[in-house]
Design a protein around this ligand. Sequence first.
Ligand code: HEC
Length: 157
Amino acid sequence: MSINRGISALRIVLAFAIVALLVTSSGCGTTSTASVTARGSVPPLVDALVAAGRPLYDANCASCHGLDGEGEPDWKTPRADGSYRPPPHDASGHTWHHSDRVLIELIAEGSDFAQSRMPAFDSILDDGQIIAILEYIKTWWGPEERDFQWGVSQQDA
Ligand code: HEC
């Protein structure tokens, strides 16, 4: 097993552990809830993760994606050299279209698009830090984006 594979496996295990933790702490075990809607199953964000993620995002991501996740203006239009501009992470972007697994992997390994300048962070940030940054990014999403992305993550788990 290559080191990279081992790290990827560890990452997935960690992601599962976090999801399991979130599910447990969201009280899914109790059946007294009158009606369980898809949105009702979205766990609340974990304050400690959000607090840990904010300074990490500011230091590592904001220079490209913006302090409030607003992305670069005209992010949909590639630069003259064909490279992509950093997209927003807030509800106006499409970060929330992707599962936790896909996002964690993309942040760790960088983008594999040839025209992309999204760097790999696995030598700078550990899995816990990447998960914390993702939790902070989720504070920019509304209930619908959270609902959608939670569903996608469940299917991709
Ligand atoms: C040097 C600039 C740069 C930095 C720094 C950077 N990114 Fe990116 N990022 C990009 C670009 C450019 C793209 C768009 C191209 C692509 O998706 O491959 C991108 C794409 C992404 C995507 C995919 C979004 C989508 O809609 O699919 C995610 C998630 C992401 N970045 C997260 C991060 C996080 C988290 C950090 C900090 C740990 C970070 N990026 C730091 C340039 C950067």
